[in-house]
Design a protein around this ligand. Sequence first.
Ligand code: 3PG
Length: 188
Amino acid sequence: MEAQFGIRKLLSNQPIVPVVNFTSVSDVAATITKLVDQGINCIEITLRSDCAWQAIEEAIKIKPSGFLVGVGTIVSKDQVSTCIKLKVDFIVSPGATTEISKALNESNIPFLPGVMTPSEIIAGLEKGWDTFKLFPFNLAGGVKALKTYGAVFSQAKFCPTGGLNETNYKECLELNNVICVGGSWVMK
Ligand code: 3PG
């Protein structure tokens, strides 16, 4: 399989991935319109509210052509199955167990597995993965961690998330091993 079903290429075209937790499905349309107006053509909807799946279904239903709807906070294989059923555009997990890794590898959907440590990166590389969510970016060591991982793991690229804001995201995007950045600051 192409590494993680083409996630690197997919997200390289979307340098800013807004992470959004919807508490009301009625906010979905206005949020997508606002993002498109800002030139942002993707969203990661987190599974952290009771209406999250409904919000994802609504986003998929109304999204303009070319707009990507991703699902974040994946912590179980059943959630991966629901993503497959709903035909989401990409999947993001904060970390990956053996069970979740297997489900993701069989999903046929571009996915971004979460890592924080060198051993987690090595475990991912062993599975044939090459593009990761560095999470939580601020606790992993921020830009210094990305630079160190760039020197050690030249084949790996990252989407840092967790603690990014309107001032530090630009520094991340300048790094060679960063394909995109994610965070909730975009919609705040
Ligand atoms: C994520 O799921 O990517 C993070 O929780 C986003 O973190 P932030 O709210 O610090 O941007």
